[in-house]
Design a protein around this ligand. Structure first.
Ligand SMILES: C[S@@+](CC[C@H](N)C(=O)[O-])C[C@H]1O[C@@H](n2cnc3c(N)ncnc32)[C@H](O)[C@@H]1O
Length: 315
């Protein structure tokens, strides 16, 4: 299978990471190595590129794309386990991290993964299908109606969450819901026709919600970005591209917390907490793609890039 995925905000990412010969860069979401390939060129000949992905197909594609050798290290794993992955690979420190979140175009296109509502396949949605973690079908068939409503509302921002949950619970009382096609039908039946006529595909929000729940995406993101901050050398940068507001909110909050200095009450004459900012936020507002980029790659439409830099005084 050809692994075609156009890297989003490529020029902006490479510029923000201030790449130069000798940099140690970790791409936490290697995918088709679109960003990684350019990074590897810009840090050659002595820089080190570490590429992480939890998806075997992505790693296999990256192996074909990247100039493998002692300066490129590919690791299979979840960036939620960044500390262990980098320690096991004996990486001393890092000059730049990239997180380009979500699934890649091939993951969406490949039948059988269950990420897309465009085809009828088993409801899986695990980013790493080799794990034993619960699938989307497990969630659909075992969560209480209240928990289904919460997940679909919180992670999908779906106003019809409680109706969709009620339809799921009624349907699974007859037989288990196991395919994306069955779920799409249930969602279509649950959302009134008048509300279905406008906007995106009616199943889009529920599918997003299930994917986030299956892969614990928001918790993993927070853990990954916090670890990255620890591994950064002074002056090093972390760049995160998000594709929906829930992810963007996590990144914004973690950056804000890590860039906070003294937290003493304002009426204290001198600082007692001694807290120093660990990060400096580089992008006060997220960087977004140009209209021309979106024209050429509609997937870039919702991308938001945030960048922060490790303060010199912190190690
Ligand atoms: C949008 S794609 C990255 C595309 C890549 N930047 C490129 O230009 O080709 C996201 C990739 O991150 C991987 N991924 C998502 N969450 C992950 C996680 N928690 N740990 C490791 N890999 C993850 C997915 O498997 C997917 O291959």
């Amino acid at each position: 299978m050809e692994y075609r995925h156009i890297p989003v905000l490529l020029a902006e990412v490479t510029q923000q990471l201030q790449l130069h010969d000798g940099s140690i860069i970790v791409d936490c979401t290697l995918g088709g190595a679109g960003h990684a390939k350019r990074v590897a060129q810009l840090i050659a000949p002595t820089g080190i590129l570490v590429g992480i992905d939890q998806d075997d197909a992505a790693l296999a594609a990256a192996r074909d794309t990247l100039p493998l050798g002692q300066h490129v290290v590919l690791l299979k794993g979840n960036f939620g386990d960044l500390d262990r992955l980098l320690a096991d690979a004996s990486i001393p420190y890092v000059d730049g991290f990239l997180f380009d979140l979500g699934v890649s175009s091939p993951q969406l296109d490949v039948a059988g993964r269950g990420f897309t509502y465009q085809e009828d396949v088993p409801l899986d949605m695990r980013m790493d299908p080799s794990t034993s973690q619960p699938t989307a079908a497990d969630i659909i068939n075992t969560y209480s109606e209240a928990d289904l409503t919460r997940v679909i509302r919180e992670y999908g921002d779906e106003r019809w969450a409680s109706r969709i949950a009620a339809f799921i619970v009624a349907a699974r009382g007859r037989h288990q819901v196991t395919t994306t096609g069955e779920l799409v039908e249930l969602i279509k039946n649950a959302i009134p026709a008048s509300a279905r006529r406008t906007g995106p595909h009616p199943a889009r929000r529920t599918f997003q919600a299930l994917r986030i729940e299956v892969n614990h995406e928001l918790e993993v993101l927070e853990r990954g970005v916090r670890s990255a901050v620890k591994w950064l050398a002074p002056g090093g940068r972390v760049a995160v591209i998000t594709y929906h507001s829930l992810e963007d909110r996590v990144v914004k909050r973690v950056f804000a917390e890590e860039s906070q200095g003294c937290v003493c009450p304002p009426d204290l004459p001198v600082c007692r907490c001694g807290r120093e900012p660990v990060l400096r936020i580089v992008t006060k507002k997220p960087v977004v793609p140009t209209a021309a980029e979106i024209d050429g790659n509609p997937r870039a439409r919702s991308a938001h890039l945030r960048v922060a830099e490790k303060q010199q005084s912190n190690t």
